[in-house]
Design a protein around this ligand. Structure first.
Ligand code: ADP
Ligand code: MG
Length: 255
């Protein structure tokens, strides 16, 4: 068994570096999430937010640094991972919701949500169906279970994607700009679901441009700038007393 490090962090990243070719996108990011934390990650386009989120679940392999879930640490050296099975274990603890929903277009809404529990967790179909129906009802889609994704609005599709992530019972849910692809009138219904999840005590890391969500829902805000954390702290502190010029400029533009 890999070594367990003593920690109260559900998910943590230590000194993550990631380059694409000669471009160093992440220049040493360290971040930890405790149970029930809702961490909003802010930053201008190209600052490395998606890359960081993808490093957390190893969709991108960092050049160096480490990621730990429940104290099981995965160390990256020279952009490689020692043990592929560690990644599979890591991913079982993490859910991900993408900007573009990434639903299976040839499967119904219900099938999209059942797929993970049946295929990955080997859950019996009847049980997976009950689970999926319950989750879809919770995100307000009880009457859409037999529809195909293309028949739904963007907001509905994103709520399916959230139900699909929840079906795997993740310890932490990672969101990458979940409302950025939506028409403005559909943003609220998705934010409402995310707010409910936060109120339930779900641990979430959310890359977002929704300043009201960052300020009112998150427990911690992180501002990424040029591959580094430029500011970090409770939202009221950051928004009311930005310490860096670059973050002050960022929030003044988004008001
Ligand atoms: P953000 O999500 O903050 O907008 P990204 O993490 O997507 O930023 O991208 C950060 C930088 O890394 C950008 O310059 C982007 O072009 C580059 N980048 C991201 N993914 C790749 C990739 N797969 N190959 C090459 N460059 C990439
Ligand atoms: Mg991005």
């Amino acid at each position: 068994m890999p070594p367990k490090i003593a920690t109260d962090l559900v998910l943590s990243a230590q000194d993550i570096h990631k380059s694409f070719g000669a471009q160093e996108v992440l220049k040493g990011i360290t971040l930890g999430a405790r149970n029930h934390d809702v961490i909003s990650i802010l930053g201008t386009s190209g600052s490395g937010k998606s890359t960081f989120l993808r490093c957390l679940n190893c969709l991108e392999v960092p050049n160096s640094g480490s990621v730990a879930v429940h104290g099981e640490e995965i160390v990256f050296r020279n952009g490689r991972i020692g043990d592929q099975r560690q990644i599979e274990r890591l991913r079982r603890h993490l859910g991900m919701v993408f900007q573009q929903f990434n639903l299976w277009t040839h499967r119904t809404v219900l099938e999209n949500v059942m797929e993970g529990p049946v295929q990955v967790k080997r859950m019996p179909k009847a049980e997976a169906r009950d689970l999926a129906e319950g989750l879809l009802a919770r995100v307000g889609l009880a009457d859409r279970m037999g529809h195909y994704p293309a028949m739904l609005s963007g907001g509905q599709q994103q709520r399916v994607a959230i139900a699909r992530a929840l079906a795997m019972e993740p310890d932490v849910i990672l969101f990458d700009e979940p409302t950025s692809a939506l028409d403005p009138e559909l943003v609220g219904e998705v934010l409402k679901v995310m707010q409910d999840l936060a109120a339930e005590g779900r641990t979430m890391i959310v890359v977002t441009h929704e300043m009201a969500f960052a300020r009112d829902v998150s427990t911690e805000v992180v501002f990424l700038n040029e591959g580094r954390i430029a500011e970090q702290g409770p939202p009221e502190k950051l928004f009311d007393h930005p310490e860096t010029e670059v973050f002050a400029r960022f929030i003044s533009k988004t008001r």
